[in-house]
Design a protein around this ligand. Structure first.
Ligand code: B12
Ligand code: SF4
Length: 462
């Protein structure tokens, strides 16, 4: 008799933070791995601890949603870890309860392998807790940990979370071969509608899906970890990305797609432009969002018009700062002149100020309050809205050593202190109080028809 396929459990751990919002957030990398394993013939299960709507077992959670599918995460206030005790804000666990998690685990057949993902370095408490509970329930199943936190500080991940293995970097053919060796190689599934797409069937309710057309980024901004996480810039074939979007729309009935690319507009003429032209042929009412910020320099009239026609709604522009010295440290990827040109193209194409937000970075080592204020005014002057993204220091980046030097927090020892809410490198200049004043300035001076920015603490130029 044929043995049943080995079973792999995917786990996206809880977020522990002062603020978190579902801004089209999904553990896309983990779901991509789930898709590869499903196609290889494994039985795959998913527990996304962050998603209480899909994974609560006890009290149902129905978030109030924006019309584009974003919404509040279920949160439970918890005691702050000692190092954060003096921060005058509530600290919460975002997602299902540990009891829900436990119940899921009890209802599952014993997995042959557990893959745990990780995103922000300062979210490791959720990783640790989920691994502890997984270990208790399935003491004989190997637990592998991967993702951004694991890749950026693997030594910390080994010590703090004690998985059986920490795997750094993107998931490759080599990792799949390794899984074949550890838990056996099933017969691959015959091709189906799902072949080649992430493990989206792990969720029963979908309000949006995430997509990426490339991995990595050719720029080298001093604060960013993109090059560490994905050393090569890899562009996916246009036809594959178009098929993925069309299939996912058909299978899951979803209209809203968030691009997770770090460099969506890079080589647009051979990537995004043909992709959008392909999608237009199908005459579907899709909507696209760029929570991750797009490169201002690459916005042309043609691209702006195509984006407008295909249904881009939430555009986030990565300006970051208006001072040339700072821009140079951000890879010289844009200037104010290019920003003006991009806005002209977008407005001419029919975008409104409601659909555009401009990311500005706040709290960089050595940045002054005056510089931030100047950047905010430059953005407001142009009739669009800034969105302040507080700097989170990331180990291994070019700015890391300077960050460690200026920060009063033990960044090297304690990743919880990388949390952007702490403004860990803001010094006496950029503090919560001075930032609140700036936010006030923004609400006072924005055009009255602009939306209120409720997501200032959660959006990001990543
Ligand atoms: C999309 C994105 C966002 C989205 C959604 C985030 C989410 N998913 O919840 C938004 C826009 C909301 C966001 C916000 C922020 N972000 Co962000 N974001 C990203 C981005 C681009 C992708 C993250 C992601 O989910 N990737 C999933 C997919 C795409 O890949 P992956 O997880 O890397 O998976 C691969 C591998 O890691 C591996 N893998 C993954 N899991 C596993 C498991 C196992 C077992 C194995 C073997 C392998 C494996 O295989 C996968 C496939 O190859 C990254 C940069 C990047 N290129 O990764 C930054 C990044 C994670 N963000 C970052 C930052 C700084 C922020 C903000 C703090 C910015 C700000 N100041 O506002 C906020 C915080 C928001 C909050 N409090 O919630 C930093 C991390 C900082 C840190 N200290 O860890 C990053 C690294 C970007 C950077 N600047 O360098 N972000
Ligand atoms: S900040 Fe943006 S442009 Fe700069 S390296 Fe990171 S992903 Fe690329």
């Amino acid at each position: 008799m044929k043995q049943s396929s080995p079973h792999v459990l995917l786990v996206n751990p809880w977020i522990y933070d002062f603020a978190a919002f579902n801004l089209w957030s999904r553990p896309l990398g983990l779901l991509e791995i789930g898709g590869i394993l499903r196609d290889a013939g494994y039985k795959v299960s998913l527990i996304d601890c962050v998603d209480a709507e899909n994974f609560s077992m006890t009290t149902p959670y129905r978030p109030k949603l924006s019309r584009f599918g974003t919404g509040k995460l279920k949160r439970t206030p918890v005691e702050k870890p000692g190092i954060l005790a003096k921060i005058p804000r509530r600290y919460c666990r975002y997602g299902i309860t540990p009891e829900d998690f436990q119940e899921h685990l009890s209802s599952l057949p014993r997995p042959d392998l557990i893959l745990v993902s990780s995103i922000m370095t300062y979210w490791y408490l959720g990783v640790r807790e989920s691994i502890e509970l997984l270990r208790k329930q399935f003491p004989h199943t190997p637990i592998y940990l991967g993702g951004n936190y694991a890749s950026l500080i693997p030594g910390h991940a080994v010590t703090a979370c004690s998985p059986d293995r920490v795997i750094t970097g993107p998931f490759t053919r080599h990792h799949l071969e390794d899984i074949f060796k550890v838990i056996g190689r099933p017969d691959p599934l015959p091709p189906s509608e799902l072949t080649g797409i992430p493990f989206w069937e792990g969720y029963s309710i979908h309000h949006f899906l995430c997509i990426r057309s490339s991995l990595g980024c050719p720029f080298h901004c001093q604060y960013c970890a993109s090059n560490l996480l994905h050393p090569d810039f890899v562009e996916h074939p246009v036809q594959d990305v178009a098929d993925e979007i069309l299939r996912e729309h058909r299978l899951f009935g979803v209209r809203d797609f968030a691009f997770y690319d770090d460099a969506l507009l890079m080589n647009a003429h051979t990537r995004l432009v043909p992709l959008l032209k392909q999608l237009l042929k199908h005459n579907l009412s899709l909507r696209f969002h760029t929570p991750n910020g797009i490169h201002i320099r690459f916005i042309t009239r043609e691209i702006a018009c195509l984006m407008q026609e295909t249904g881009f709604h939430s555009l986030r522009l990565s300006l970051e700062a208006t001072q040339p010295a700072w821009q140079a440290r951000f890879g010289s990827k844009t200037t104010l002149k290019e920003f003006d040109h991009a806005l002209d193209c977008l407005f001419e194409a029919g975008f409104t100020d409601k659909e555009i937000k401009v990311y500005l970075l706040v709290g960089l080592p050595g940045q002054t309050l005056h510089e931030v204020e100047q950047s905010i005014r430059e953005v407001l002057k142009r009739g669009v809205r800034p969105s302040l993204a507080e700097y989170s220091p990331i180990p291994g980046t070019a700015l890391w050593e300077e960050a460690c030097r200026v920060s009063p927090y033990p960044l090297e020892e304690e990743p919880l202190t990388h949390n952007n809410t702490l403004l860990p490198c803001g010094g006496n200049e950029i503090t919560k109080a001075s930032l609140d004043r700036l936010k006030h300035l923004m609400t006072e001076e924005v055009p009255s028809n602009s939306p209120k920015n409720g997501a200032m603490e959660t959006e990001s130029p990543s």
